[in-house]
Design a binder for this molecule. Sequence first.
Ligand SMILES: C[S@@+](CC[C@H](N)C(=O)[O-])C[C@H]1O[C@@H](n2cnc3c(N)ncnc32)[C@H](O)[C@@H]1O
Length: 301
Amino acid sequence: MTQIITPDTVVEKETMFSSIIDNYKKTEEDSHILWKKVDQTKPTDFIQYVDKLTKSETIIELTQKSFERFSVAKGDKIIDLGCGAGKDLMALGAMTGETGEVVGVDLSQEMVNVASARVASQTHIRVIQGSADATPFPDNYFDRARCERLLQHVPKPSDFINEMTRVTKSGGKIAVTDPDWESSRVSGPESAEFAAITKAIFFDCKFNAHPSIGVNLKHYFKQNPSLSNIAIIPAMFTLNSLADANDILCLFSRADLACKQSLITADQLSTFKSEMIQRDQDGTFLFTLTIFTCIADVCKQ
Ligand SMILES: C[S@@+](CC[C@H](N)C(=O)[O-])C[C@H]1O[C@@H](n2cnc3c(N)ncnc32)[C@H](O)[C@@H]1O
């Protein structure tokens, strides 16, 4: 059932992500630090957040589409970098079968603990703690390497793409999925004032290291000479309720952050929220965001 939003319920619904986003620093340089510090902040909030996205239909569909293009065979070895609470490990393990091997890597020990418990029944799946740009595996160990919603948070995405390519053998594939946060759109008044507010919230307000990474993945892949047949699979996240937009894609938290960063005034923040609540109440609320998967063949000379 669709939840009716009032200013009070917004606050209640927002608490989980607000506690995460409050930690965001003002400067772009610092913005990648947040997801690096899961264990030092409130790990349960982060785990709940990734678990919430696990249930999103758009995420389920886009991951499924990327798996279809990934062409995993029984017996393959796969690495899932920044695997979080293990969203995709069981599905990958089903694709490789018990003759294969699936390794999840995450920087957060808390995420690793949760993910390990979830795959405990599968001896061919394991999860290790570490940074995904420096894994302990030899060159060409894996058939497939992937990561989902990781590169937006890291300081140097190229280092991670290079590491994925290093550990993947020639003839293998790598796949990266990330959003283009700057593609965020909401239905609202067709006025210059509202356009300026949404530009400040969706474009000027930086809340992670690489907000436009999704649309630039091809460019990053192209820099590695061992990657060929680079292809893009786009997916549009469409949310029809304000509750979901806040819960899943942090809409009001981002608006609050824009105000904190002095990109919009308190009055503009209030106007924005009122418009969103009004649209939600009259059934015309719409929020969209594009997420991209970039997939390529590994071809080493
Ligand atoms: C947004 S979550 C996505 C998790 C998972 N891929 C999913 O789809 O549910 C990003 C994850 O990357 C992890 N992370 C951040 N920096 C990392 C790094 N340098 N190496 C490995 N994992 C990292 C975080 O701990 C977090 O679990």
